[in-house]
Write a protein that binds this ligand. Structure first.
Ligand code: PRP
Ligand code: URA
Length: 210
């Protein structure tokens, strides 16, 4: 499952089956949204595996005992727009999570990230943070988003994507080597327009039908 330093590929057979369906160009936006939602739930189960827990007393119908619960609050930060496509799937497993939003789009000519919106919970620094975006292509958007989160004081964050390129992983880790990257696939590379190959096309357009 692990792939080099601080990159974890979730190669679970059920995740891979759904990813293959997502890649299929004949999958329409309704089906695409449903699959992405399901994959996000499956991935977050693995991503959260090493989070600390704390003891919590609980009264069962029979007796008093001590259970365990997540030690820290959780904040999801989808990168708009496409990250929104994974948020509901994550929330199914962690419904108490707060949600921050980061608007970043790629300038289609320069491929440089343009940050246009930020709204984060005030106590985000004290929480576990999952930054989510299905595509890690050149890495510009992800690296910029991580910088924003660091400025907000976040220390414990993980970057959850679906499909990553080797170039994107290298670019993010050049600036933020300590942030673990989780994905379901590391694809071959990028084309001249910065699209991941073989990839799945433009994730935002496929989710929202634009
Ligand atoms: C896509 C994707 C990532 C970014 C990845 O968003 O969702 O945010 O591109 O590319 P990068 O690694 O080269 O920065 P896009 O810019 O298409 O915006 P959208 O989600 O609003 O469609
Ligand atoms: N953004 C996408 O949505 N898809 C890519 O392949 C690259 C960037």
């Amino acid at each position: 499952m692990s792939h080099g330093q601080n990159v974890i590929v979730i190669d679970h057979p059920v995740v891979q089956t759904k990813l293959t369906e997502l890649r299929d160009k004949t999958t329409d936006h309704r089906e695409f949204r449903a699959l992405l939602d399901e994959i996000a739930s499956l991935m977050v189960y693995e991503v959260t595996r090493d989070w600390p827990t704390k003891p919590q007393p609980v009264q069962t119908p029979l007796e008093q005992t001590t259970g365990r619960v997540l030690a820290r609050k959780v904040t999801l930060v989808p990168i708009l727009r496409a990250g929104l496509g994974m948020a509901d799937g994550v929330l199914k497993l962690i419904p108490e999570a707060r949600i921050g939003h980061l608007g970043v789009y790629r300038n289609e000519k320069t491929l440089e990230p343009v940050s246009y919106y930020q709204k984060l919970p005030p106590d985000i620094a004290q929480s576990e943070v999952l930054l989510i975006d299905p595509m890690l292509a050149t890495g510009g958007s992800g690296a910029a988003a991580i910088s924003v989160l660091k400025k907000a004081g976040v220390v414990g964050m993980k970057f959850v994507c679906l499909v990553a390129s080797p170039e994107g992983i290298a670019a993010v880790h050049k600036i933020h080597p300590e942030v673990p990257i989780y994905c379901a696939s590391i694809d071959r590379g990028l084309n001249e327009k910065g699209y991941i190959l073989p990839g799945l096309g433009d994730a935002g357009d496929r989710i929202f039908g634009t």
